[in-house]
Design a protein around this ligand. Structure first.
Ligand code: GLN
Length: 249
């Protein structure tokens, strides 16, 4: 009987290890869910003192709790997130990450948990009032983001300035070094509120959806994440987290 309980217990442990993701297996700390992010993206992930907070950080913590895992957040460059997930250094990538066909070649995505759009920030009185006015202008983007990918595609490399942080692109705009910034709507609202003299064009550049990336074929983790997300959507936790960071007024 004791032996049987032992077998069941170790089976449960193995299951919960697997559920916490591959990256934690074989390390000294089992039961850890490693999230790779780029904490330069308010209100989804950003630094508050020494902590990383934001919508994604809180949703991830709630997912980890449901899975019985301890969440560890790794702050890395945005364009390193998918490589880290692919190479199993991180269990999941969560960074206001847009689901795209290209990314789906390399990772699997959870169900989506937010809708977003790419918007254009310009200086007040710049004369740029629509997307058509962007022709021939210099556009700042965060390296490797959908803003970068779409704008490079449309306007060509010569007209794109890449920054490692969205905030750096916004600073360059404030200093008049570039003409516009293409970035996700919620970070745009935060950056514009912190920098007088900037406005967001009414015309959106692209509509998108955010999801969590996991290693291709890591179905156990993907299912655990999707189940947790579903519960968090249904019990109102997701909306409650979002409402603490985004005012709808
Ligand atoms: N949503 C954009 C993308 O996935 C930007 C994400 C980010 O900068 N964290 O490319």
């Amino acid at each position: 009987m004791k032996k049987l309980i032992g077998i069941i217990l170790s089976a449960v442990m193995v299951m919960s290890l697997a559920a916490c993701g591959g990256a934690s297996q074989g390390t000294a700390q089992p039961g850890i869910l490693v999230m790779a992010t780029n904490a330069e993206f308010p209100p989804y992930e950003y630094h508050e003192g020494s902590r990383i907070v934001g919508i994604d950080a809180e949703i991830a913590a709630a997912i980890a709790e449901k899975m019985g895992c301890e969440l560890v957040i790794e702050d890395i460059a945005f364009d390193s997130i998918i490589p880290e997930v692919v190479s199993a250094k991180a269990d999941m990538g969560m960074a206001g990450m847009t689901v795209t066909e290209d990314r789906m070649q390399n990772v699997d995505f959870s169900t989506t948990y937010a809708v977003a759009r790419q918007v254009v920030i310009v200086a007040e009185g710049s004369g740029i009032t629509s997307l058509a006015d962007l022709e021939g202008r210099v556009i700042g983007v965060q390296q490797g983001t959908t803003g970068d990918i779409y704008a490079t595609d449309e306007f060509g490399d010569d007209f794109i300035e890449r920054y490692s942080k969205g905030m750096e692109a916004v600073q360059a705009l404030v200093q008049g070094k570039i003409d516009a910034v293409i970035i996700d709507n919620e970070p745009a609202r935060v950056f514009v509120s912190e920098n007088p003299g900037l406005i967001i064009l009414d015309e959106a550049y692209a509509d998108e959806e955010y999801a969590i990336a996991v290693r291709k074929g890591n179905t156990a983790l993907l299912e655990a994440i999707n189940n947790a997300l579903e519960e968090l959507k249904n019990d109102g936790t997701l909306d409650e987290i979002v409402s603490r960071y985004i005012s709808t007024e």
